[in-house]
Design a protein around this ligand. Structure first.
Ligand SMILES: Nc1ncnc2c1ncn2[C@@H]1O[C@H](COP(=O)(O)OP(=O)(O)OP(=O)(O)O)[C@@H](O)[C@H]1O
Length: 331
């Protein structure tokens, strides 16, 4: 399987006055071409910062980034900004969480899509492209909708317009930061369908960030579970969800209610995720883990291949009985 992005030991640290906060702590991942990788993690685990690091959207004066993000044989972390600007939005696109803030309220949506198209194309061709982009994402009557202002579109249509904006230049890779969180379940399902359709049509590689296991189950080919800035487990979606090897992944699944199941025993993970400003010395999950030993408290385990998954744990689970997770949204 070809690789679209290779991430190696990526680390992102914010310089906050006297303190440093490392939000991405040595992430290594392979993003496979034409597949959907879902990064699953609770709020604050560093998912958004990881995407922003890949696209170099963070204020470089206040951030230190080390490690590697290899795209087309280049480490894009070290590309001069000029070259990065050519990549951004064109070869690697991004869909943001909130469609309202992703669009400028004072300009018509068609105009905002037009802004993304390369300047040398004629106005007539540009209009055709904008209309086609609206069609691609299933916006009805695109000829009329291009003249709407963002607030005149419904939440679902607005999110489609944002997707159209990030797809208009047919990027190889689409980074999506919880783009369906603010939408109701029916619209959420339509948008996820749409992403899958786009992937099939254009062969786009998708990296999708979410805290929602149901969404991950519906959409992912591969899943990386993120905890306190680290990837603790990574593998094919079914392997991660049905036979998790990391105690945190299993905890997350067992604590998640499933729609439509009445008698489900929910077991929540004790304690809370650690503050990134006060991380424990060893494994960040150890203080909450019922399998932890002294070794876990002293030194964080490296990620290693175990059965079908990559797991950062000294004691990967052998036989897992999870609350088998049904897909919330079927695609
Ligand atoms: N620009 C910034 N400056 C300083 N700290 C930041 C900045 N952006 C994010 N952080 C911190 O980095 C950590 C990870 O945040 P991030 O937004 O990536 O989490 P997340 O997993 O995406 O959660 P959520 O789903 O709530 O957005 C948090 O502790 C957050 O406060």
């Amino acid at each position: 399987m070809e690789t679209a992005l290779t991430i190696e030991n990526l680390q992102t640290t914010f310089r906050l006055g006297k303190k440093d906060l490392t939000a991405v702590r040595g992430v290594s991942l392979e993003v496979k071409k034409g597949r959907t990788l879902v990064i699953l993690g609770e709020s604050g685990s560093g998912k958004s910062v990881l995407l922003k690091t890949i696209l170099r959207l963070l204020d470089e004066d206040k951030t230190t980034i080390t490690g590697k993000v290899e795209y087309n044989q280049k480490n894009i972390i070290q590309l001069p900004e000029q070259e990065m600007a050519k990549l951004r939005g064109k070869q690697i696109g991004m869909i943001y969480q909130n469609a309202l803030t992703a669009m400028d309220p004072v300009f018509k949506v068609g105009h905002q899509l037009d802004e993304v198209i390369e300047k040398h194309i004629s106005p007539k061709e540009r209009k055709k492209k904008v209309i086609q982009a609206f069609k691609d994402v299933g916006i009805p009557s695109p000829e009329e909708r291009i003249d709407a202002y963002p607030h005149e579109l419904s939440g679902g249509m607005r999110q489609r317009a944002v997707i159209a904006m990030s797809l208009i230049s047919h990027p190889d890779i689409l980074l999506a930061d919880e783009p369906t969180t603010a939408l109701d379940v029916t619209i959420q399902s339509q948008i996820l369908h749409l992403l899958k359709k786009i992937q099939t049509e254009f062969g786009t590689t998708i990296v999708f960030v979410t805290h929602d296991i149901g969404v991950a189950a519906a959409l992912a080919d591969d899943i990386a579970v993120m905890y306190a800035g680290n990837i603790v487990e990574y593998g094919k979606a079914d392997d991660v969800l049905y036979t998790p090897n990391h105690p945190y992944t299993k905890g997350l699944i067992d604590a998640t209610p499933q729609r439509g199941r009445k008698k489900q025993k929910l077991v929540s993970i004790p304690g809370e995720p650690p503050s990134l400003l006060r991380l424990p010395k060893g494994c960040a999950f150890a203080p909450r883990c019922s399998f932890a030993t002294q070794k876990c408290l002293e030194k964080a385990p490296a990620s290693a291949n175990y059965k079908s998954n990559n797991v950062a744990c000294y004691y990967p689970l052998q036989k897992t009985e999870v609350n088998t997770y049904a897909k919330d949204v079927s695609l």
